[in-house]
Design a protein around this ligand. Structure first.
Ligand code: FMN
Length: 345
């Protein structure tokens, strides 16, 4: 049987390739987007977080988020919740389809922390560890956890939590270098991630503020993490994974499908034309992958369309385009036309 990727441990980083993860992101990392990220160089993808209580009650909308595709390997659903019993039940229900089950201890949204779930559990480390232990004992697939540095009230406890989770059998840990209190403000603290890498033997994935090859390199040099997870920089920019791999010498630019599409003139194209070209390739693939899997959904497509066009000249027209057209197929085509490289008129 093939080994599930993402569980290798490494020596200090000396330039070699390590896995890049698409961060779980609610409203972003839907199945077609995860498949697209993989085609753009992401090695491992994770579903958006899903409510374990809803899953354990067999809520259809929540189970739809747990759909995968043979092209997504490993399949890693992420669940959250404050109820121990529901977390164990949901994990057990997912065990058959999942290659790995990821647990969310990082969400700072009040509707999650108010039920003592997500990052709020970092304020109750014993409860967090017991929850993971019960899930590890209940399922036969690897269990992993994604956390923040701590709650931001009192000293940060991520390193201690990592040590306890390793002891009870969690097989990989991911740290977003911010506290619950910080939400998304300030800069990510990679030094605490480095301390966690040094404190445990299981793989630790670094997350927070990795946006390009330069930040990826700095983060790996400092933390020696077993992988890097990219969130916001991958919204509307699934090609960020390829950019990082090319920048770090892990792959050749000529291998990228949007470069191959413009083989004859890529080197002469302006940076803006290149941005249009790569995003158009990604958009068209996203639409195809939607058709092959979940179908095209107006709201999701609207959100992605705005993200894909962000920062490009004329991007404002995309919003009105999306409002004017009620047919999803027409909208998909209109965005593709908008993203046609300037050089093509
Ligand atoms: C829109 C959005 C949705 C997110 N949803 C989730 C989620 O469902 N599960 C999770 O563990 N983290 C979630 N996060 C946090 C990201 O996974 C990641 O930890 C965070 O954005 C920091 O990484 P970055 O600096 O690369 O963006 C979300 C972040 C954003 C911006």
């Amino acid at each position: 049987m093939m080994k599930t990727p993402g569980f290798d441990t490494y020596e200090p980083w000396s330039g070699e390739q390590r896995p890049l993860y698409l961060a779980p992101m609610a409203g972003v990392s839907d199945l077609p987007y995860r498949l697209l990220a993989k085609e753009c160089g992401a090695d491992i993808t994770i579903t958006e977080f899903t409510n374990s209580t809803a899953l354990s009650r067999e809520a259809t909308a929540s189970w739809r988020k747990m759909e995968s595709d043979p092209r997504e390997q490993p399949f890693i659903p992420q669940i959250f919740g404050g109820e121990m019993h529901d977390m164990v039940t949901a994990a057990t229900m997912l065990e058959e389809s999942a290659d790995v089950i990821d647990l969310n201890f990082g969400c700072p949204a009040p509707k999650v922390t108010n039920i003592c779930a997500g990052a709020a559990l970092m304020g109750e480390p014993q409860r967090l560890v017991t929850m993971v232990e019960k899930i590890v004992d209940a399922v036969n697939v690897p269990v992993t956890a994604k956390m923040r540095l701590g709650t931001g009230q009192g000293p940060n406890n991520a390193v201690n939590i990592c040590k306890s989770l390793e002891r009870i059998g969690a097989q990989r840990l991911c740290i977003h270098g911010r506290t619950l209190r910080q939400r998304y403000s300030g800069t990510a603290d990679w030094e605490t991630i480095q301390a966690a890498v040094n404190a445990v033997d299981v793989p630790v994935v670094a997350n927070g503020d990795i946006t390009d090859a330069e930040s990826a390199q700095r983060c790996l040099e400092l933390t020696n993490a077993s992988g890097l997870m990219i969130g916001r920089a991958a919204i509307g920019r699934p090609d960020v994974f390829a950019q990082i791999k090319v920048g770090l010498g892990w792959m050749e630019e000529a291998e990228l499908p949007w470069v191959q599409e413009h083989q004859d003139d890529w080197d002469e194209m302006s940076e803006t034309s290149k941005a249009f070209a790569s995003r158009r390739w990604c958009w068209d693939r996203y639409v195809t992958l939607c058709r092959e899997t979940t179908g095209l959904a107006k709201q999701t497509m609207q959100r992605h369309a705005i993200a894909f066009s962000k920062g490009l000249p004329g991007a404002k027209s995309v919003r009105s385009l999306m409002h004017e057209l009620s047919d999803v197929n027409q909208s998909a085509q209109a965005i593709s036309d908008f993203l046609r490289p300037i050089s093509e008129g």
